[in-house]
Ligand binder design. Sequence first.
Ligand code: NA7
Length: 546
Amino acid sequence: MQTQYEQDQQTSVTSFDAIVIGAGVGGMYALHHLRDELGLRVRGFDGASDVGGTWWYNRYPGARVDAPSTPFYAYTFSAELAQEWSWSETQSTSAQVRTYLEHVADRFDLRRDIAFETWVDDAFFDERAQRWMVQTRDGTMYSARFLVCAVGALFVAHRPDYPGIDEFTGECYHTGRWPHHPVSFAGKRVGVMGTGSSGIQAIPEIAKTAEHVTVFQRTPQYALPARNRPMTDAERSAYQADWQDHRMSMRRRGGWPFATSKLRANEATAAERQARYEEMWALGGMNLMINSYVGAIVDADLNNEISDFVRGKIRQTVKDAATAEKLMPDYHIGTKRIILDNGYFETYNADNVSLIDLRRDPIESFAADRVSTQSQEIPLDMLVLATGYDAVSGSMLNLNPRGRDGMPLQQKWAERFDTHLGVSVAGFPNMFMIHGPGSPGVFFTMPLGAELQVQWVGQCIRHLDGNGHGTVETTPAAEQAWDAQIQAIANKTLYPKTNSWYLGANIPGKPRQFLGHLAGSQYFDQLTATAEADFAGFVFEPAAGS
Ligand code: NA7
């Protein structure tokens, strides 16, 4: 009997060595590395009409990188690329990131091997042929020995399921699916639901022109000042001159290029600590968390003190005391994604902004032109959903590849999102994930993290080919040990004490499991060690026909 692949050879299936799904930060580099550095025949697919991935979609007003310092949210694999590109601000806009990624695509001639506006509807592993079969929405079949899923940690938009929400006839946009046409808020009554990074970046911008903005807040958040400003020439040239050092520092320091504080909170007086928090606040909020004292995300007392400090700042900023109280966060700072803001709390001092605390006044239903909470009716012309994502695991489940015995990933991951090293899933041979569950992903600088994972994938493919193997995959035992490590690291911190998307808590019914590896440097050491140990934790099968 012929394999699916052999049958397809007689029809019109185009074959590649590797198929890369996703043309965002991870997929672009995967294409470049596998094609230009390993010499493989590679085809990329993306549903969007250009490169950028998450950045292609996230065009809402105010969208910016939410990492501390922009020059470091960039690729590091090419010295020339690092030398020739200049970032203009310390916190880049989404548009600037897209321009950069478009430049990367031009410079490395990536687009010629990416099929845009091409959704992958199906991907399954043909065990006899040892190949992945991939079907795009127009019914075309492709095959490849390796499937690289760079489908994004923040891709599947989460839309709340309030009664009547689909009957709302005003304009309605999700921040993660922002339209490409200009959106005007002028003269409109805009409701913004969600106060994560996206909502907190968008609200001050929308309030500049809207007639009225009503913010629907479920969990009050800490937001720390981004202190965005133009990059100076001196900073740019220092970064470019020391680029290799920065790269190595980021690799060693969990994605953050600078040395962090070695100061111990218990060796300082309360007054000294307050002075240090003020200093860090003035430098930029992220410093408050990682540069004040050792252990802000581990030591509950220290964390409480920093949390109190930020609550005090919110009280000082928001003039109306009742509004300020509604904005008071009550969880350990840093255990939900740190938000860097540009004037968020100040926005509540404007007459055209009001805040609904959904914990005290929950939404009951939507109608064509309004939303009703328990206590009031609010007419709206526009609804902006800044309600986040089925993060980290959602995009792989959306793709739902089928592995050995036709096992769909949705079935394999019905209760736990188990992987080994965040890159491989048992029963899914020759499939690699970039920024998958169990990776440092959103806890590390994502471009550098993607580079290191992709380079490891390249090493694995070389090892497989060099030894005459046809398949590589991990084992359930390796997955269990990996998950145990991830949970153990997370359990040493305060993260698991808070409901967050890091734990899947934002998606009704999603299994609760910490989804990221918190110790990035240790993680990448383990990737290296695994490769050096001939890929311990993986099993290889001889190539078919050998
Ligand atoms: P986030 O951080 O998941 O924020 C989503 C927000 O939407 C958050 O405030 C949620 O409240 C709120 N939300 C979610 N569902 C609902 C419902 N049903 N009703 C009311 N409010 C709701 O997503 P973002 O897009 O802001 O940021 C995602 C990441 O992208 C960000 O960290 C950056 O790295 C880039 P909750 O806190 O869950 O109570």
